[in-house]
Design a protein around this ligand. Structure first.
Ligand SMILES: Nc1ncnc2c1ncn2[C@@H]1O[C@H](COP(=O)(O)OP(=O)(O)OP(=O)(O)O)[C@@H](O)[C@H]1O
Ligand SMILES: [Mg+2]
Length: 353
């Protein structure tokens, strides 16, 4: 009875705590938060000044006593206190979006996506941060599973599903069958590394120091995973490392593609290696269904075509790849009774009913 009342009062939410972006999905409301995972902190006082979009604007522009940091690195918490603050902000904002706020609390049940293959300590860090941030019940779900659910793949069935989530910090390659991960591989080469490749390229080629946001804009606008027919160019602003003065340089898409080649190859190799490790029965399904790409990094132009060519299998980007983890986690939370087997084992300590 008490549990029933609690679930009536509680706010159910799913959180994708990403290296680059964090999203929150609230039952019956949809995605209500989609902001960069950035927190601006005053070093002198330790006070949090801004979170999300507002904090991202400060990156690279802050006075020395303010640091705009990303509390997650490669999908795992690197700064516990700041992550906790960020989660608190998300949970409160999400709860405020519903009418279920009472003066004695709002009992949120929270499901959070975590990269596969993270250590017990890292899982505990996520769980503790969420509890300290006000969550009543915390569930964890491996991100490739959430992504596959979000993409509406038939993961509960006996067939094999091959999913690659290319985020900011990590690329996760997973084969899923019967609601569980059969084989997986995680590598720390994803969208952020591609930005870094462009920064290095500008430095080497033009002695130009560019910021991360400029590099990302170049990647998104003219970057590609393979040579493209159309020729494109873009102006890139930065500081000349020799003269120290501001400078604008025009870059061409072919050069950007070459700058990204090495990292793109590492992603393709991880996919190929995972295919080699996939049990043959499941591989037969993958050959007909193909490889699904999720995460923001999967939007790099030509990546799906390159992967398809290299693996000789169909490959497609899921609908709305930036939100598949949070949507899938939200769906898992709504069907938690039926999906309980696929949820992380360490959810067992939670009172649930
Ligand atoms: N159109 C695009 N082309 C290429 N890359 C893109 C595009 N749009 C977004 N990205 C990249 O996607 C990445 C962010 O993706 P996503 O939000 O899925 O990552 P995340 O979930 O925060 O990270 P992780 O899963 O590694 O913790 C960024 O590196 C961003 O530059
Ligand atoms: Mg992600």
């Amino acid at each position: 009875m008490f549990k029933k009342l609690l679930s009536f009062l509680s706010v159910d939410m799913a959180i994708d705590l990403g290296t680059a972006n964090s999203l929150v999905y609230v039952k019956d409301k949809g995605i209500i938060i989609n902001e960069p995972s950035v927190v601006a902190v005053n070093n002198k006082t330790g006070q949090v000044l801004a979170i999300g979009e507002e904090a991202k604007k400060m990156v690279g522009r802050t006075p020395s006593y303010i640091t705009a940091t990303r509390p997650l690195v490669n999908g795992v918490i690197s700064d516990f206190e700041v992550t906790e603050q960020m989660l608190k902000y998300f949970i409160e904002k999400a709860a405020a979006s519903t009418k279920k706020i009472f003066k004695f609390g709002y009992f949120p049940r929270v499901i959070i996506g975590i990269p596969c293959g993270v250590t017990e300590v890292e899982r505990k860090a996520v769980r503790d941060a969420a509890k300290n941030a006000g969550a009543r019940t915390v569930f964890l779900i491996e991100e490739p599973l959430a992504s596959a659910i979000g993409a509406k793949l038939a993961i509960q069935e006996a067939g094999g599903n091959f999913i690659v989530d290319i985020g900011g910090g990590t690329t996760e390659v997973a084969v899923i069958s019967l609601g569980g991960i059969v084989t997986s591989r995680s590598l720390r080469v994803a969208g952020d590394k591609l930005n870094d490749d462009i920064i290095q390229f500008a430095q080497k080629e033009y002695k130009l120091l560019i910021g991360e946001r400029t590099a990302e804009a170049v990647k998104i606008n003219i970057g590609s995973a393979m040579p493209m027919k159309d020729k494109k160019e873009m102006a890139m602003r930065g500081r000349n490392l020799v003269t120290g003065l501001p400078e604008e340089v025009v870059v061409f898409n072919d050069d950007v593609q070459r700058a990204l080649e090495r990292s793109v190859r590492q992603i393709v190799t991880a996919i190929k290696t995972t295919i080699e490790e996939t049990p043959p029965e499941l591989l037969a399904d993958v050959m007909s269904d193909g490889i699904y790409l999720a995460g923001g990094g999967s939007l790099l132009k030509g990546l799906d075509i390159l992967i398809s060519k290299e693996t000789k299998m169909p490959c497609k980007v899921v609908d709305d790849p930036l939100t598949s983890v949070v949507r899938g986690a939200g769906m898992a939370l709504e069907n938690i009774e039926t999906l309980s087997e696929i949820m992380s084992k360490d959810n067992s300590d939670e009172a649930f009913g």
